[in-house]
Design a protein around this ligand. Structure first.
Ligand SMILES: [Cu+2]
Length: 505
């Protein structure tokens, strides 16, 4: 056995867990029979050469047998719900046709991918209208990681994700592929997209009925779009690519028997050192790759993954070949560039709750650039959450266009699994988290709370990554254009359009 310390707590400020909030909806164990966990198929490239990969990603409607009875109407990418897993190889040039077969506009945001903004990045300035398609192209240039694709059409991002527009993206590279990790996709390397939903009459979603400005939740865990899933374990070691794809819920994860597991990667890729846990909390949009070792179990046993005290996945143990592979104490070297001398510390303040959420005392404005950083510079960003400790929330802060380093939490060392590359960091009430941030690409990018109703409600800003030698101007869209388009597509007057995030702006 390794001599590594095993951490047994969640680290986040316990009183700030969303359980204190009046609107919090606890999970409930589903009362339907267990069903095999859906494993999203890998999306087949249209074409692949030594240097290029070509894909078509289609946003579509569909329906899925989630519960006994009527099928649930859903949205997804190349699938009725969620999507196929999109796999990129580092170093290749990626060409993607983005097609929208939905009844209304959406966008395709590559969460965690280092690409230029704002169009390739796919935030609110890059709508694809219904029946239309567009092309993007970029060079994949980042370490192996578990990223994701989700809709980002402000201020309707939350509803689009709730309907199902979220799927896994995996980047592969030559460094990760040499590490002793399970990587047989679908067998011992599986994505777990963690979401929760509320089912209304006839098993349908009803986003507006469930709306809460502090984040929409439902009591039913939905894992990879499966309710009450089991997974047949046929190997001693299993790699889980955990993605918190919920609109608002934090996942407090642990296994039966307090089984130890090893986190080997965070949002932006492999950690420098593996970290052993019995408990792990993921805030919205965060990812963790963990390796679970079932060596102490025998065929017929079941190991259960819980959130709080609610079972969310049942791992049914089958015969497996013994596997004594050890995870080394050092995995990869992580870039940690020096801060550029003479640069100012950027300040971001997340404040308020409900309709009052803001960033730096302002609501989001699509045409306002709130901050700037020179491409190639390395600068500190101090991210504060001014919520009250007794009734505030953990705000997961996300930046587009970068993978950053977490330097400190209120001046103290970050959590042990925050020493790798990240794009989302949970900020506790009353806390300031210092980040070290650098960019490779020019563009206008968004930074926001990833409680999706908070971003739709205005806890979001924009920054420009610029090059003084190549000044650029951006034709930024405005919210009225998007609102008019949504109204036309939904067949209503703008005044009658009901997008909750819009009312909060
Ligand atoms: Cu928030």
């Amino acid at each position: 056995m390794s001599n590594r310390k095993v951490y047994t707590d969640y680290f986040f400020d316990e009183p700030a867990y969303n359980t204190h909030d009046g609107g919090f909806i606890p999970l409930e164990a589903p009362k339907v029979p267990q069903k095999a966990l859906a494993i999203p198929e890998p999306l087949k490239p249209d074409e692949e050469t030594d240097t290029d990969m070509y894909y078509t990603v289609t946003a579509q409607t569909g329906e899925v047998q989630l519960l006994p009875g009527t099928k649930t109407k859903t949205w997804g990418f190349n699938a009725p719900l969620l999507g196929k897993t999109i796999i990129f190889k580092n170093g290749k040039t990626i060409h993607i046709t983005l097609k929208n077969e939905l009844p209304e506009l959406t966008t395709f945001h590559w969460h965690g991918l280092n690409v230029p903004g704002p169009i390739t990045d796919g935030g609110c300035h890059a709508p694809v209208y219904p029946g239309k398609s567009t092309q993007i192209e970029f060079k994949c240039h980042q370490p192996a990681a578990t990223l994701w694709l989700h809709a980002h059409p402000c201020p309707s991002t939350a509803e689009h994700v709730w309907k199902g527009l979220a799927t896994g993206v995996i980047v592969k590279d030559d460094i990760e592929s040499k590490l002793p990790f399970p990587r047989n996709y679908g067998v011992d390397d599986i994505p777990l997209i963690l979401q929760d939903r509320h089912f209304h009459e006839n098993n349908q979603f009803d986003y507006l009925a469930d709306y809460d400005p502090d984040g929409v939740q439902g009591p039913t865990p939905m894992i990879n779009g499966t309710i009450n899933p089991y997974f047949d374990v046929t190997t001693q070691r299993l790699r889980l690519r955990l993605l918190n794809g919920a609109n608002r819920r934090e996942w407090r994860l642990h296994f039966s028997d307090d089984l130890k597991f090893t986190q080997v990667a965070s949002d932006g890729g492999v950690l420098p050192e593996p970290v052993d846990f019995t408990h792990l909390m993921l805030t919205c949009a965060e990812r963790a790759e963990i390796i679970v070792n079932f060596g102490d179990y025998k065929p017929g046993d079941t190991v259960t993954l819980y959130c709080d005290d609610v079972p969310i996945v049942h791992f049914r143990i089958h015969q497996f070949t013994p596997d004594n592979t050890k995870i080394p104490d050092h995995l990869v070297d992580i870039p940690n560039p020096e801060v550029t001398p003479g640069t100012q510390v950027h300040k971001v303040v997340m404040s308020g709750m409900d309709e009052e959420v803001m960033m730096n005392d302002k609501k989001f404005d699509m045409q306002r650039i709130d901050d700037r950083q020179k491409v190639g510079n390395v600068e500190y960003w101090d991210i504060s959450n001014t919520n009250d400790k007794s009734n505030g929330m953990v705000h997961p802060y996300h930046m587009h266009g970068t993978q950053f380093r977490v330097i400190s939490r209120n001046g103290q060392a970050p959590y042990p699994n925050e020493n790798g590359l990240k794009d989302t960091v949970g900020v506790n009430p009353g806390e300031t988290v210092r980040l070290k941030v650098w960019f490779e690409h020019l563009g206008v990018f968004m930074n926001h709370c990833h409680i999706i109703e908070h971003e739709d409600g205005g806890m979001m800003a924009q920054f420009e990554v610029y090059d003084p030698d190549q000044p650029k101007t951006y034709k930024l869209m405005d919210m009225d254009t998007l609102m008019n388009a949504f109204a036309k597509e939904r067949g209503v007057k703008v005044a009658d359009l009901h997008i909750p995030g819009m009312d909060n702006m």
